[in-house]
Structures are given as structure tokens and as C-alpha cells.
Design a protein around this ligand. Structure first.
Ligand SMILES: Cc1cc2nc3c(=O)[nH]c(=O)nc-3n(C[C@H](O)[C@H](O)[C@H](O)COP(=O)(O)OP(=O)(O)OC[C@H]3O[C@@H](n4cnc5c(N)ncnc54)[C@H](O)[C@@H]3O)c2cc1C
Length: 474
């Protein structure tokens, strides 16, 4: 460690965010870099803690103390190589990872964790600026052909890792551009789409083939794919949204969060030429159902679209501000989160059950709710509190209550792949019930995080490698 006393001398540096009044007028990213000395200080806060729990907290096993030490010494290129050794896309995780590494940072036991994510973002930024990020190189060609279906973070990581091993890799994506939820789900103010395009372009330069606008199961059958490729890796995400089967669900003004967010992302990229009023919150009273991150993205988007009022409601009870004893460090803290979108203006409420959508003339005018008391969250038992029914007036409702499993139409049904009890693709060591077909990311583990998708992409590549190995070597 560069400065063994650093954690005593310096307090955690906050991200430099543009003021709320400025940033709600645009969809660009709004977190600025620090000056160099602030990075040195932040890296110096990384203690010589002996057992760095952050390694374990990070699904990728990022060697955090090592890159912090290099940053402290001003050796940014070295820091980049350390970070890249475990993470294919630090420019994504440095921007949008909820940073489980920070939750398990030893400093977080009694103080504020090292701002690892902000350091990671800067390492990635410099790597592109300085030209250290280069198209990956592959070993000698193996002659094997691999198809990756889906170009989200899992598909991209799998494609890159398999390409490095000398296989010819083609990524099939049904959308018009690659990136999955990085491209069409996550708003631009969290992740600028040029950052995604830059990565895809680097992968194309390396020699990885991308075929966008091709839906497997529709434009090309699973059978054809199997006949053309030695191995298929499904990274199709978890995109079937959880619905609210309550009275009034057919009213005009109710949308799934992804339809709403995707519309705005496509508007910004120019693919969607003009605003569709039904997906625009301008001047509307908006209620976001679901208190998670997707809900927060809807809040941030609605405020940028100049909604008249934004309310976010959640079925679960309000989480505590601090860890409770049954949720100790270094576990992920089940505490209240305040995302940057919440700073921008929203009314939040918890323990509210949505009973019905109310409307007039086929149009949504309100949401009927009742307050509940939780009896047991693990068995999902709660009781309605009498006389707490109320109607929240609104003309737009965004349903952001999660995704249940991957789509079954298409490859899953065509190959009759086995599913687990939650409807995700069942695998043994990433291999599905069809030995030639592997799966990774949200379609396998269920709705998760970008960092987990990258980790799964790396792991499935190892499994595919093992499957192909005897044939390659022999
Ligand atoms: C609104 C939103 C915000 C989020 N914000 C964050 C965040 O801030 N931080 C974070 O860590 N995680 C976030 N997540 C979660 C994260 O985006 C996902 O966990 C991650 O993208 C999953 O990666 P994946 O590669 O498994 O799937 P996806 O990113 O979903 O990609 C799957 C791809 O497969 C394609 N596809 C599907 N079927 C076919 C087919 N038959 N043929 C061809 N292509 C197909 C889809 O079009 C899609 O592009 C967010 C999720 C949402 C919905």
C-alpha cells in the first residue's frame, strides 16, 4: 500500500455531479472526473487490510487493492492492466455498477468505503484516451465457429473471451444495435450510448462479427444455427416483465418500464424519429410502480421529460437507513438507497398495495392503493390496514416491478431446453439440456446486474472452451 495511514488522513471523495437544476434539462451523463490529486488521496484510503473482502464482494474478483496502489503511485497504465485482467468492460461497471465491492470494503466496517467505482471509471477513461484499450488479439485460429445469441454484457464478454481463444465468433442481436440493456434499457444519463458503441466497434475491429437485426427463432431458426455453428451460447437476457393483473390494467396510460425507457433511448439515438405522446411524461402526473433501480431510471427519465409530478411507490416496507444486526458487513446492505434520480425530485412511498387502476373514458386517471403491514417478508405475508385506501391521481403509470424469466418463444422452445423452477434456462456448468447449447447472464441466473452478466460471459467461455478442447487438441 502506498500510504498505510491514508484511510486515517482522508475522507471519502464524493462524485462530482452536475447540479440537479442543470442536469434535469438534458440526457447526458453528469458525473465529472476529479482532479488528479483527489484520485491519489482516494486510492491512498485503500488500507493494507490483509484480507481484502472487496475481491469477494466483486463478482469479477477485481484486484482492487492492486489497482488502487498503482493509481496511488500514478501508474495508471499498470492500474488498467490489473483491472482488465478480470474485467472486460470497466467503462460500463465504472459507471453503473452498484459496487458490491464497496459494500464489502473493510473500511466500510467503521467508516466510508473507498470510492472504488469512481477510480475504476477513471482508469477506463484514461485507457481509451491514451490508446491502451486496443482490439483484443486471438491466438491461432482453431477453425471452430461459435454463435453468441444476444449482445448484452453477458454476450459481449462471452464473445470476447471465446474470440481470444481463436474461435470464429458471430454475435446475433435482434435489435438494430448491439449492447442489450446497456444500449436500450439503461438511460443515457447513466451510460452514454457512445460508450457502448465504442466498445462494440473495438470488438468488430478485433474480428468479432456482429449481425444486428437478426432474431434467432424468427429470422433464422435454431435448427439452422445449430447446423452452421459448433457451439451456440445463449445470452438472451430476462425480458418477460412481471405484470399487475388487477382491474383497469387495460387503461390507456399504463406502460411497462422497458417500453417507456426504450422509447427515450431510441429517441436520443435518432432511431425513433418522433416522440410518441403515450410514452412521453411531459406535463403528466406519473406514478412509478416498483421501488427498484428500473423504477429509479423511470423517475430520472420522467423528470427530464418535464413530468408535472413523479411519485414512486413500492410494495415492500421502507428499508432501514442503516444496516440491521441480521444484515452485517460484508453482506450486501439491505438499506434505503437514494439514487441520483431520487435527488432530482420524486415523492416516494412504501408498503403500498396497488389494488386497481382507475380511469375515465378508457384513460387512466388514478391508482387505487391501500397501506399494508408486513407479517413475514420471506413467506410474502401481509395484511391490509383498514381505512387506508386512497387514490393517487395520475395519467401515466410505469410498471417497474421486475422481470420473471427469459422469453420462451424462439430458441428455448425450438430446442425444448430444460428450465429451472423459475423459468430460467437450466444449465449444468453453463451447458443446457442440449449439449451444443450453452447459456449465460440473466437468461440463466434471472434478472441481475451488469457485473454478474460480465462474470457469466467469462465463465461460459471457459465452459465452452472445455467442451471444444478435446476436439481442438485431438
Ligand atoms: C432499466 C434497467 C436498468 C438497469 N440498470 C442497471 C444498472 O444501473 N447497473 C447494473 O449493474 N445493472 C442494471 N440493470 C440490469 C442489467 O442491465 C442486466 O442484468 C444485464 O444487462 C443482463 O445482461 P445480459 O447480457 O444477460 O442480457 P441483456 O442485457 O438483457 O441482453 C440480452 C440481449 O439478447 C437479445 N436477444 C434476446 N433474444 C434474442 C433472439 N432470439 N435473437 C437475437 N437476440 C436476442 C436482446 O435483444 C438483448 O439485446 C438494469 C436493468 C434494467 C432493465
Amino acid at each position: 500500500m502506498g500510504d498505510s495511514q491514508g484511510f486515517l488522513k482522508y475522507s471519502r471523495g464524493d462524485k462530482r455531479k452536475q447540479a440537479v437544476e442543470e442536469r434535469v434539462h438534458h440526457f447526458d451523463e453528469f458525473v465529472d472526473a476529479w482532479e488528479e490529486p483527489q484520485y491519489t488521496k482516494e486510492a491512498a484510503r485503500c488500507m493494507d487490510c490483509g484480507v481484502p473482502f472487496c475481491h469477494n464482494g466483486c463478482p469479477l474478483g477485481n484486484k482492487i487493492p492492486d489497482f488502487n496502489d498503482a493509481v496511488y503511485r500514478g501508474e495508471w497504465k499498470e492500474a488498467f492492466h490489473i483491472l482488465k485482467s478480470t474485467n472486460n468492460f470497466p467503462e460500463f461497471t465504472g459507471r453503473i455498477c452498484p459496487a458490491p465491492c464497496e459494500a464489502s470494503c473493510v473500511l466500510a466496517l467503521h467508516s466510508d468505503a473507498v470510492n472504488i467505482e469512481h477510480i475504476e471509471k477513471e482508469i477506463a477513461q484514461r485507457a481509451f484516451l491514451e490508446g491502451w484499450e486496443k482490439p483484443v488479439k486471438s491466438v491461432d485460429p482453431t477453425g471452430k465457429k461459435v454463435a453468441v445469441v444476444g449482445s448484452g454484457p453477458a454476450g459481449l464478454a462471452a464473445a470476447e473471451e471465446l474470440f481470444k481463444k481463436g474461435h470464429s465468433v458471430t454475435v446475433f442481436e435482434r435489435d438494430e444495435a448491439a449492447g442489450g440493456l446497456l444500449r436500450f434499457g439503461i438511460p443515457d444519463f447513466k451510460l452514454n450510448k457512445e460508450v457502448v458503441a465504442r466498445r462494440v466497434s473495438l470488438m468488430e475491429k478485433a474480428g468479432i462479427h456482429f449481425r444486428c437485426g437478426v432474431e434467432i427463432g424468427k429470422d433464422m431458426t435454431s435448427e439452422d444455427l445449430e447446423a452452421t455453428f459448433d457451439v451456440i451460447v445463449l445470452c438472451t437476457g430476462s425480458s418477460v416483465p412481471r405484470a399487475l393483473p388487477i382491474p383497469g390494467k387495460e387503461l390507456d396510460g399504463i406502460h411497462f418500464a422497458m417500453d417507456y425507457l426504450t422509447h427515450q433511448n431510441r429517441l436520443i439515438s435518432g432511431v425513433q424519429a418522433k416522440v410518441e405522446n403515450r410514452y412521453h411524461a411531459g406535463g403528466k402526473q406519473v406514478v412509478v410502480l416498483g421501488g427498484g433501480d428500473t423504477g429509479a431510471d423511470c423517475v430520472g427519465t420522467a423528470n427530464r421529460q418535464k413530468a408535472a409530478e413523479v411519485t414512486q411507490i413500492e410494495l415492500m416496507e421502507r428499508p432501514p437507513e442503516q444496516r440491521i444486526t441480521s444484515n452485517p458487513w460484508p453482506e450486501w446492505p439491505m438499506t434505503l438507497t437514494h439514487s441520483s434520480s431520487h435527488e432530482e425530485g420524486v415523492e416516494r412511498d412504501w408498503a403500498l398495495l396497488t389494488k386497481a387502476f382507475i380511469g375515465e373514458g378508457g384513460k387512466l386517471t388514478g391508482i387505487q392503493t391501500v397501506r399494508i403491514e408486513w407479517k413475514n417478508t420471506s413467506t410474502f405475508e401481509f395484511a391490509e390496514i383498514p381505512n387506508t385506501e386512497k387514490i393517487i391521481p395520475c395519467d401515466m403509470a410505469l410498471v417497474a416491478i421486475g422481470f420473471i424469466h427469459p422469453e420462451h418463444k424462439g430458441p428455448v422452445n425450438q430446442w425444448k431446453l430444460a428450465l429451472d423452477d423459475r423459468g430460467n434456462i437450466k444449465t449444468t456448468g453453463f451447458q443446457t439440456s442440449n449439449p451444443k447449447v450453452f447459456a449465460a447472464g440473466d437468461c440463466r441466473r434471472g434478472q441481475s446486474l451488469v457485473v454478474w452478466a460480465i462474470q457469466e460471459g467469462r465463465q461460459v467461455a471457459k465452459a465452452v472452451e472445455k467442451y471444444l478442447e478435446p476436439v481442438c487438441v485431438g
